[in-house]
Design a protein around this ligand. Sequence first.
Ligand SMILES: Cc1cc2nc3c(=O)[nH]c(=O)nc-3n(C[C@H](O)[C@H](O)[C@H](O)COP(=O)(O)OP(=O)(O)OC[C@H]3O[C@@H](n4cnc5c(N)ncnc54)[C@H](O)[C@@H]3O)c2cc1C
Length: 503
Amino acid sequence: MQNSLNSICIVGGGTAGWMAATLLSTSLRGSNIKITVIESPDIETIGVGESTVPSIMDFIQACQIDLKEFIQATSASFKLGIRFDDWLTAGESYFHPFGRVGKDINGFDFYQAWLKSLADGQTTRWLDYSPNAIMAENERFMLPPQQSQNWVFSSYAHALHLDAIKVARYCRELCHKRGVTRVEATVKKVNLDDNEFIHNLELDNGTTVSSDFFIDCTGFTGLLIEKSLKVGFEDWSHFLPCNRAVTVQTEQVNNPVPYTIATAQEAGWSWKIPLQHRTGNGYVFSSQFCSDDKALDTLVNSIRGKMLNEPRIIPFVTGKRKKIWHNNCLALGLASGFLEPLESTAIHLVYKTLVHFIKHFPDNDFDANTEQIFNQKIDTDYEEIRDFIILHYCTSGRDDSDFWRWCQTMPVPESLAEKIRVFRERGQIEHIPGQFFTCDSWCSILEGMKIRPRKHHPLVAGFHSQNLANTLTKNIEDIRATVLKMPNHHEYIQTHCPVQIKL
Ligand SMILES: Cc1cc2nc3c(=O)[nH]c(=O)nc-3n(C[C@H](O)[C@H](O)[C@H](O)COP(=O)(O)OP(=O)(O)OC[C@H]3O[C@@H](n4cnc5c(N)ncnc54)[C@H](O)[C@@H]3O)c2cc1C
């Protein structure tokens, strides 16, 4: 017999906590499951997390959020991808675009067709076939029209740069309207029952909160999942060298560009994330190779515009909980793990975890099998993203500092080593449905790092060279013709969704 949950208690009012409340209040509508968020007035949120990937648009849609209202409330700008400066060698840049690169030809990945065109003597760039890259180069943007026969419109994808604090605030207001209960208090003690399930929480206001299920969104502490349930942590520091960040916000100097900039530095990399009203800056570095003071100097020297807050040092350990769902507790956001922000995937993982959770939603028998299937799925997501991030470090040609010399011989997970080996041989990337990074994404980083396969797929050799050249030329023309008719990114924002400055 069906034995449904009656209540879910979310602990933590950061981005993860409020995203969870917003999505669950939409998905569980009509179920009579009561949702409570416990938000501490005393413990700070991390407050960074400003660059996203296209799944943020799925989150907005799934939560039935009005896009224009969300953009205005969070001061968001649009993001088409990431520009990587100085990663291969100083002075070299490449772009990792969202969306498709080229159109597959006769059932073969476009990348294979492009390799064949190079072998034929063509000299086009891989990114010439990416609508996102051409939009970014020209600082153009528009939301794709709902109905269009033009293939370029259905090939590009976008995400947002947003103010993380404002996202949490926006979601909190929305949840209030949707009947989510908010308790302002700090959890002092977590009580477990004899079966290692969370029984209740003791709050600093003297009350206790009981619930059928708990979502731990308490940030790096992992108050429920780790401090109480002790599920253990899988440490990936040996694969991901950076373990600290220094961050600061600056006044806007130029109009926001529609991409994040990630610049390789002496002991890590720095980011620039342009919002509508300001820029987010940070330097992610390894404490083994750089002191906090030196990192701060590097960051301050790399920014433009007046600083809007005191720079802040954030230490972190990369890795994930050994179990992200355990008994009646799900860990979400930084409480579940962290993979450093190079590909802006943390908020994506919050959403993906929630999607898996809703799919495998428990009832009161807490079937161990369901929990296990869920954990396997989210582990695979983490490992895929981990490998993709490591790819940026282990393929760098830089040897101009101890940090980059370490990267030259760094340990690499076997899953990634195998991927690179197969790619080097004939340019193939195995993509499993459900994985976040597409073959186009992998090829964009590898091409950016000037890693080309030894040969292409044997069957594309049969493509007629002139026909192929004509098709590729037409693709480039279609993209350019479409993109150059689009408005400038800044003008588009000003016309459609400018931030409302409160006077
Ligand atoms: C340097 C850096 C850069 C990042 N950049 C990006 C990025 O560009 N893109 C991206 O997607 N992600 C990024 N992230 C990750 C992103 O910041 C987080 O994934 C996101 O903000 C979610 O954080 P959170 O809600 O899990 O944790 P937090 O923001 O830390 O929130 C934790 C919450 O738990 C509450 N809490 C803690 N203890 C208790 C208690 N005892 N009782 C009650 N409440 C409690 C706190 O008050 C707080 O509200 C970055 C992270 C770092 C460290």
